[in-house]
Write a protein that binds this ligand. Sequence first.
Ligand code: NAY
Length: 292
Amino acid sequence: NEDLKGLYSALLISFNEDGSINEQGIREIIRHNIDKMKVDGLYVGGSTGENFLLSTDEKKRIFEIAKDEAKSDIKLIAQVGSMNVYEAIELAKFTTDLGYDAISAVTPFYYKFSFEEIKEYYEMIINSVDNRLIVYSIPFLTGVNINVEQFGELFKNEKIIGVKFTAADFYLLERVRKAYPEHLIYAGFDEMMLSASVLNVDGAIGSTFNLNGIRARKIVELVKEGKIDEARELQHITNDFITDVLNNGLYSTLKTCLELQGVHAGYSRRPMKSASEAQKQRAKEIYEKYLK
Ligand code: NAY
């Protein structure tokens, strides 16, 4: 699974004002990630893609557009997870047929599922396709925590090859790294990439790489070279940027910064708010301060 290592942008999705998908805008965001941010891959259909606000047909269309634009130039991971496991299976089949390099699925949320139920959910999805699956663990949004032994239970299925670890629990991250050296771990919080890199994760998947991808890669490289002081300096700058972005509205600010570079990143999907005039003005300042 070495081929899947690296830096992935969690793909932002461009919407029109009425909430419909803006295909041209999505293509431009993908091109920007490939040509300018030089990412190794894209994570399509994640939180950053406002995926949980979309219909099955819209999700499929986005998966098609991403594959059509990116071809086989970079790696593509499809986040297919859903509260509706039958939708997840349908999307797993759909994206596998399209040629996605791997699928990923968020832990089922809202209801308090037992681990046994969560495990069955993953088995149902991955056993329906000839592909590889990356568990998407994001406890702060789902309320679902998976412990070291439970990761081991999931990894018993050899098609479940890793985890996207979007949590600040570095004790758990270290335990998982030690216990499963052959499995892929992706860091999911861009603001903690330095610490995750020190723990030798295999890659990172992030929303801010849509804009800060070059700097983010540099942090990973510096850690590999043992230049921790330099890496820390870059993480400081990165986190000044991320803090300002988070304070101004995450996805809408990233989209406005893309617009300032001529990439039609468009609106967000309701109930997600798009940037107000004041937020756009602030985004412009952020863009000029950190990205120009
Ligand atoms: C996703 O599915 O898009 C991700 O989880 C990517 C990881 C991002 N998490 C969320 C919830 O957006 O890049 C992070 C995050 O935006 C960033 O670290 C700022 O907090």
